[in-house]
Design a protein around this ligand. Structure first.
Ligand code: FRU
Length: 445
């Protein structure tokens, strides 16, 4: 199957987290963790892609790379804001204290320290890596606050009267926590307060994102060691409806969380406001194996985050639905972007897309990728949603975005989403009876 363009993929080699996601001067900018020398994780750079509409992306090469003592071993994840017409990126600089003698791109026994840096740009495309970097928060030295090694991934936002940022950290590698800082001028930052839940929520919280929505505030985080079940990725992104007080930076996190996505392949999500003010999320799709073309890592389709009655919805972004609106009757007529299959599922019914099975069992949607995923010890093959309960008249409406390496199943307008990486997907759809499957693709562009 040809490589579809519906999802943004690594240009080559390796990508992980989305970074610096922002709509700025007419473009959506999506930076990402990038290792340019091979299809594996190593010394982190920031790659850069831009889009006019969140649908079609263009890779722009490298934005950030190690040039200072503080980021000599990697420009880790971070975020973006606009101020006075300039684009500011904040990110984590990593400095190894002991380099792995067998591999200069990794560190020995986690002996490294992390600082938070800032760099700006007049146009969003050019960054002065040689002279433009500033350390805004040095490595944390007070163990009562956070960890000198594992404190990273600043997410920055403009509050009512000041700038704020949240960092992921760990309390002595026992449980994850988030640290809140405030600044009046973007350069001087003061630690204000922190929040945590305890060891059963993972030992380290990465890539936190806090934001308000009309239906309530949301906290996203990527919890390391959340799952103890060896069959699945143990690091998982989760979300909570929360309440946050800007004045004191106190965050109230409930006990109950949702997964970001019930396929358990997504990680390190980041949100930004789209052009029209919608809170829009993208996340890294973890892949187990380098593709035949030699790249590994991609991003999910952008999703609009909304909260209703304490539930966090991840809805298909309207630009994606609009782009995939050309009806086709045969799968062979779909464009290079891939396609959307839209259908209803009754209890007990199954639809199989190129070998990827989507089934309704009672009030749940279950997917099985056994036929389209490399077999390896512990591979996570079967995924399922919790019971679908909200706002339905009993019918389950599925919108499935199909790309050669990722299938995203949106259930009932984003009440839950199951996304799974796939390989060697077939080119046919099978189902029993006279089910109506509507197929949509993009128009020629
Ligand atoms: C999450 C993460 C971040 C870190 C980055 C390094 O996947 O571990 O915490 O900044 O990846 O590439």
């Amino acid at each position: 199957m040809k490589r579809h363009t519906l999802h943004l993929k690594a240009p080559d080699n390796w990508v992980n987290d989305p970074n610096g996601f922002i709509y700025y001067k007419g473009y959506y900018h999506l930076f990402y963790q990038y290792f340019p020398y091979g299809p594996r994780w190593g010394t982190m750079h920031w790659g850069h892609a831009v889009s006019r509409d969140l649908v079609t992306w263009e890779h722009k090469g490298l934005a950030l790379y190690p040039t200072t003592r503080a980021d000599q071993n990697g420009c880790f994840s971070g975020s973006a804001i606009e101020q006075d017409g300039k684009l500011y990126l904040v990110y984590t600089g990593v400095r190894y204290e002991v380099v792995n003698p067998d591999d200069p791109h990794t560190c020995l026994d986690e002996q490294f320290e992390s600082a938070q840096l800032m760099i700006s740009s007049e146009d969003g495309f050019r960054f002065d890596n040689e002279h433009g970097k500033e350390v805004i928060i040095p490595p944390v030295t007070d163990p009562a606050i956070g960890d000198r090694t594992h404190t990273r991934d600043p997410k920055i936002w403009r509050g009512k009267d000041a700038w704020y940022l949240v960092l992921g950290s760990t309390m002595g590698e026992k449980y994850g926590e988030v640290l809140f800082y405030r600044s009046d001028d973007l350069h001087t930052w003061t630690y204000v307060d922190k929040a945590w839940k305890g060891p059963e929520y993972g030992w380290m919280w990465e890539c936190p994102d806090y934001f308000p929505t009309e239906g309530g505030d949301v906290l996203l985080l990527s919890a390391m060691g959340l799952l103890k079940n060896g069959e699945k990725e143990k690091n998982q992104s989760i979300c909570f409806p929360v309440t946050f007080d800007e004045e004191t930076c106190s965050l109230d996190i409930p006990d109950q969380y949702q997964y970001l996505d019930y396929g358990l392949d997504l990680y390190a999500p980041q949100t930004a406001l789209d052009k029209d003010g919608r809170r829009t999320m993208v996340a890294w799709v973890r892949m187990p194996r380098v593709t035949e073309e030699g790249w590994i890592g991609m991003f999910c389709s952008p999703r609009v985050v909304e909260v209703k009655d304490g539930h966090v919805f991840f809805r298909m972004h309207p630009n994606i639905r609009k782009a995939f609106s050309k009806a086709v009757y045969d799968i062979k007529d779909v464009s290079d972007d891939g396609y959307m299959a839209s259908f209803e599922l009754e209890d007990g019914e199954t639809v199989t897309i190129g070998g990827y099975v989507i089934r309704r069992t009672g009030d749940r949607i279950v997917t099985d990728r056994s036929n389209v995923y490399p077999a390896f010890e512990g591979a996570h093959l079967v995924s399922e949603t919790p019971d679908i309960s909200r706002g339905t008249d009993g019918s389950f409406h599925l919108e499935v975005l199909v790309d050669s390496n990722l299938i995203e199943t949106y259930v009932n307008d984003g009440e839950y989403v199951i996304s799974n990486a796939v390989y060697d997907l077939g080119n046919e759809i099978q189902y029993d009876g006279d089910k109506k499957i509507r197929l949509y693709t993009t128009s020629e562009r």
